[in-house]
Design a binder for this molecule. Structure first.
Ligand SMILES: [Zn+2]
Length: 416
């Protein structure tokens, strides 16, 4: 000990080393105070200053870890803090990072990939807790390309054998709507454009659910759909003053980007709303257009279940409405209707699923109604080859250069 020790209790300088089991302890010989008990000190200087050192800060923990791993752990914790995640997430993300770091398949990846793995650990934690974090957000934080992130992330899920639930639309809608600035009073936004958050979130969610029931969500990026739905919801909550405001203008006011497919999604949602409006008798007489349908979004959403069921009738599928109709039209079908109703009582859940499936069939995904695409898939039918067919000389010769072609090639590439 270079520095003279003093007892913190009585101030006596008579401090002696006392061997207690295998550990040497500093003890005051005047009052018996143990100076070093409960301290996890790892260096002589620390003991000299009598500072308490937490285990995570001690050299004991850090010496066993590589610099790279320490850096990674810190990055994971920092990312969690920047994203303001609950503190329990941090520990989960850290434990995933430790597993990733120790896994042999990631020992020799470059720094850029290691950074993506750090982001991946945070992202997977959020997904497992249904925290609405998008790949876009995490990629912008770690300066990574989204395609590259996706491939490494999927690889990581496989190696660590992690299970990830699908993104909850509800949470995503709420989180995304919070980013729109139109929901707070501000000098740059006209008063009649300001709208309450809760109302917009509620209606946006209903529109997104409708879009999901009519096949507009499956296989698509959710953000453009939510953006389009939020715009529609906002317009429909006060149509007289907001109908003239375009999507572009709305997003500019709200200080939001417009992802490119948003306009397409908006068109598709418009089309679904129009289709449903045509089934409401009091709306069908009005001659509703794409523009005016927005005024009736509230009504359409209110009768959503009824309208979806009605389009189900067109599909000639089993539904309660239909069984009632049959009853009225043709007494011969009464037996069928009764059977349907009793079976429904028994297997309500099953029928509900059937109904939903039938609704999805009556509204086809846009990729199935797009005739151009249909044709390309139809032409992709291939002949089956066994590998035993004869190969004619003329077939091979078409891959060889003629003397004239060789001459021309040499003229074009004099240095080759
Ligand atoms: Zn003492």
């Amino acid at each position: 000990m270079s520095e003279p020790q003093r007892c913190p209790d009585c101030g006596s300088a008579d401090v002696v080393e006392d061997a207690h089991y295998a550990q040497n302890q500093l003890v005051c010989s005047d009052c018996g105070c143990i100076l070093t008990e409960g301290l996890l000190t790892h260096t002589l200087t620390e003991e000299g200053f009598l500072q308490e050192v937490r285990f995570t800060d001690s050299t004991g923990l850090n010496e066993s870890l590589s610099k790279r791993k320490l850096y990674g752990l810190k990055r994971v914790r920092d990312l969690c803090k920047v994203l303001r995640l609950p503190s329990t997430f941090e520990d989960t993300a850290v434990s995933y990072y430790e597993r990733v770091f120790d896994h042999p398949s990631y020992h020799y990846v470059n720094i850029q990939k290691k950074e993506i793995l750090i982001g991946g650990c945070v992202y997977v934690t959020c997904r497992q807790h249904n925290w609405p974090l998008t790949i876009g957000t995490i990629c912008s934080l770690i300066y990574a390309d989204q395609a590259k992130f996706a491939s490494i992330y999927l690889h990581m899920l496989q190696t660590l054998k992690l299970d990830v639930p699908a993104l909850s639309l509800k949470d995503l809608v709420t989180a995304h709507c919070k980013n729109f600035r139109v929901f707070q009073q501000s000098s740059s936004i006209p008063a009649h454009f300001v709208e309450g958050m809760e109302r917009v979130v509620e209606r946006t969610l209903q529109i997104v659910e409708l879009a999901s029931e009519t096949w507009l969500v499956t296989g698509r990026h959710p953000i453009p759909i939510i953006t389009a739905a939020a715009y529609l919801a906002w317009q429909s909550l006060c149509p007289s003053k907001r109908l003239s405001c375009t999507l572009h203008h709305f997003c500019k006011l709200a200080n939001m980007d417009i992802p490119p497919p948003t306009r397409q999604r908006l068109k598709e949602i418009h089309a679904v709303l129009l289709k449903m409006a045509s089934q409401l008798s009091w709306l069908s007489v009005l001659g509703i257009s794409k523009k005016t349908v927005v005024q009736h979004v509230g009504e359409i959403l209110q009768h959503r279940t009824f309208l979806l069921n009605k389009s189900l009738q067109d599909c000639a599928e089993v539904s309660q409405d239909k069984s009632h109709d049959l009853e009225a039209e043709d007494p011969g079908n009464l037996a069928v209707a009764v059977v349907v109703e009793t079976s429904e009582a028994v297997r309500q859940g099953d029928l509900c699923k059937k109904q939903k499936a039938a609704v999805k069939r009556s509204f086809l995904p846009p990729c199935l109604t797009d005739l151009k695409r249909m044709r390309t898939t139809a032409s992709a039918v291939e002949r089956v080859f066994t590998g035993e067919e004869d190969i004619s000389d003329s077939e091979i010769e078409q891959y060889l250069r003629t003397p004239r072609e060789m001459e021309e090639f040499q003229q074009a590439h004099p240095w080759d």
